[in-house]
Design a protein around this ligand. Structure first.
Ligand code: AMP
Length: 259
């Protein structure tokens, strides 16, 4: 696996591959890789000649500096996972190369991005959309893979690609869960063993049909020990963010008939 740090080097690599009629698949991540990420990478490997994965812990999408400094990092292990999977290129830029403008230019969406995670984390989606736009311009893939774990993010990225006539297919991939139902997340590894055994209650309560309305679900979540950031139903999908031991966990499920 080749590791590339500079945007212009990756641009040249992609241009060369395209000249050879190779299809490029791209999977952007923030590292601390788990099987959720692996599912995206495997899909890209299956559907493209060349797979590029990026690892970039993007500071502009963190509104909380503690959340950023506590975000898990596992560079060596990530490299070995990607190498074993057969990834062609790992793109690992630094802040100065991704933000030569020092983030004076940014991409704003003014509707969906102020709801759910955007209401709770002001500026979060400005950072996400800006960095994804940059990464897509640099990697220049035919296909880019995003998880339904971050369902709102996926919708916003689809909207951005449409709004700016960008030449890439955005491919949404199913949310991968642990055996006990907990949505896989890099942040899960920060939970204590007690927190880790409580965390699956989030998904259980979300999907418990005997707790039907939103307020009852909120009460059940609080009683279980979660601090609720939001729980909302939009267009047949239930979106939730909670804090457990100060760690933010998000999840979403398709629902029928929750009041
Ligand atoms: P992150 O490293 O958290 O920024 O995630 C990188 C990509 O992996 C995003 O498109 C996420 O939606 C996706 N992802 C993270 N966790 C999961 C999961 N449990 N299942 C599916 N996709 C995921």
């Amino acid at each position: 696996m080749r590791i590339i740090h500079k945007p212009l080097d990756l641009k040249s690599f992609s241009a060369e591959q395209k000249a050879l009629n190779k299809t490029i698949g791209f999977v952007p991540t923030m590292g601390a890789l788990h099987d959720g990420h692996v599912s995206l990478v495997e899909r890209s490997l299956n559907e493209n000649h060349i797979t590029i994965v990026s690892i970039y812990l993007n500071p502009t999408q963190f509104n909380n500096s503690e959340d950023l400094s506590n975000y898990p990092v596992s560079w060596e292990k990530d490299c070995s996972i990607l190498d074993k999977l057969g990834v062609d290129v790992l793109f690992a830029p630094d802040y100065d190369s991704i933000y030569p403008d020092l983030y004076t230019y940014k991409l704003l969406e003014q509707n969906l991005s102020s709801r759910l995670c955007g209401a709770a984390r002001p500026g979060h989606f400005d950072g996400v959309l800006t960095v994804v736009m940059k990464l897509l311009h640099i990697a220049d893939p035919a296909n880019a893979y995003f998880g339904e774990k971050d369902y709102q993010q996926l919708q916003l990225i689809r909207g951005m690609v449409k709004a700016f006539f960008m030449n890439v297919n955005i491919i949404g991939c199913p949310l991968i869960r642990e055996d006990d139902g907990l949505a896989m997340s890099s942040r899960n590894r920060r939970l204590s063993s007690e927190g880790r055994s409580l965390a699956p209650r989030l998904y259980q309560i979300l999907t418990d049909n005997s707790i039907r309305d939103i307020d009852a679900k909120k009460t059940a979540l609080k009683d279980a020990g979660f601090e609720i950031d939001y729980l909302e139903q939009i267009d047949g999908r239930l979106y939730v963010a909670v804090f457990l031991e100060g760690i933010r966990l998000i999840d979403n499920v398709a629902v029928k008939g929750v009041a």
